[in-house]
Design a protein around this ligand. Structure first.
Ligand SMILES: C[S@@+](CC[C@H](N)C(=O)[O-])C[C@H]1O[C@@H](n2cnc3c(N)ncnc32)[C@H](O)[C@@H]1O
Ligand SMILES: Nc1nc2[nH]cc(C(=O)O)c2c(=O)[nH]1
Ligand code: SF4
Ligand SMILES: [Mg+2]
Length: 240
């Protein structure tokens, strides 16, 4: 079955979350059921790159990955858009596993797929109020229960923080799922600038503020506070 692909890039470092710093390739799928106000990958769902979507089979994707990354990688991250919209994505995950490649996947936790349980590093990134999206907690509860029961790899929650309401949302989420590895991530609110020095200054200040706020909290104890590392290195550049 074909998969709608917008980007294949790497090797680079995973800039976010539970495997931050890990050498990885990226496969970015097209299409999302959300439309977050601050989405840094709007081109995957706003129609602006519709003509660049390539329908690719798993073998074709593997071919492109090796064309680009040679034999210099052992990890592939699937992101989007929302790759959880693709019921048959397990075909790619299984092929990568056959090739001895570990697989990470990024999704917002709005939709369950049975193949979630075979992902090595699964990140659920529910969206706080600043995104303009509303979390369906019934679905998120089901996803997390399913993962607790059957997950072969590891999974985590990652919340992007822009303001106080987002922090409240994160606190509530951590209290709801206290046993799940929890990451807070600095939000990038300057998606247009190509001035990397300016962006870096802003992002470092925001990282420090987020750290200060998390240190004050008596609920956010067993958590990690992370930058979106690739942004600090390469700004808003695509394909890194
Ligand atoms: C582009 S999304 C694709 C995967 C999936 N749709 C999701 O949101 O989890 C990948 C990650 O980037 C994060 N992200 C998107 N826009 C961001 C921004 N402006 N600043 C910080 N993180 C952002 C998302 O929260 C998510 O964790
Ligand atoms: N280096 C790098 N790390 C990332 N982690 C999550 C990304 C994403 O857009 O999903 C991403 C990305 O686009 N680049
Ligand atoms: S869920 Fe992810 S890809 Fe979809 S709009 Fe939000 S940040 Fe962007
Ligand atoms: Mg990104």
């Amino acid at each position: 079955m074909k998969i709608p692909v917008l980007e294949i890039f790497g090797p680079t470092i995973q800039g976010e979350g539970m495997v931050i710093g890990r050498k990885t390739m990226f496969v970015r799928t097209a299409g999302c059921d959300y439309s977050c106000s601050w989405c840094d990958s709007k081109f995957t769902w706003d129609g602006s790159e519709k003509s660049n979507i390539q329908m690719m089979g798993p073998e074709e994707i593997w071919h492109r990955l090796t064309e680009q990354g040679g034999d210099r990688f052992g990890h592939v991250t699937i992101s989007g858009g929302n790759p959880a919209l693709l019921a048959h994505l397990n075909e790619l995950v299984d092929l990568l596993h056959k090739k001895n490649i570990k697989v990470a996947l990024e999704t917002q936790g709005s939709k369950w797929q049975t193949w979630f349980t075979s992902i090595d590093d699964l990140t659920l990134s529910p969206k706080p109020p600043s995104s303009g999206m509303k979390t369906n907690f019934e679905i998120l509860d089901q996803i997390i229960d399913g993962l607790r029961r059957d997950q072969k790899g590891t999974f985590s929650l990652k919340v992007v923080i822009f303001d106080q309401d987002d922090l409240k949302y994160a606190i509530n989420l951590h209290q709801r799922y206290p046993d799940v590895e929890f990451f807070l991530q600095v939000g990038n609110d300057d998606l247009e600038t190509m001035d990397n020095e300016k962006l870096l200054g802003q992002m470092l200040r925001q990282y420090e503020q987020l750290i200060d706020q998390v240190m004050e909290s008596n609920v956010l104890k067993d958590v990690r506070v992370l930058p979106q590392l690739h942004t600090y290195l390469w700004g808003n550049k695509r394909g890194v």
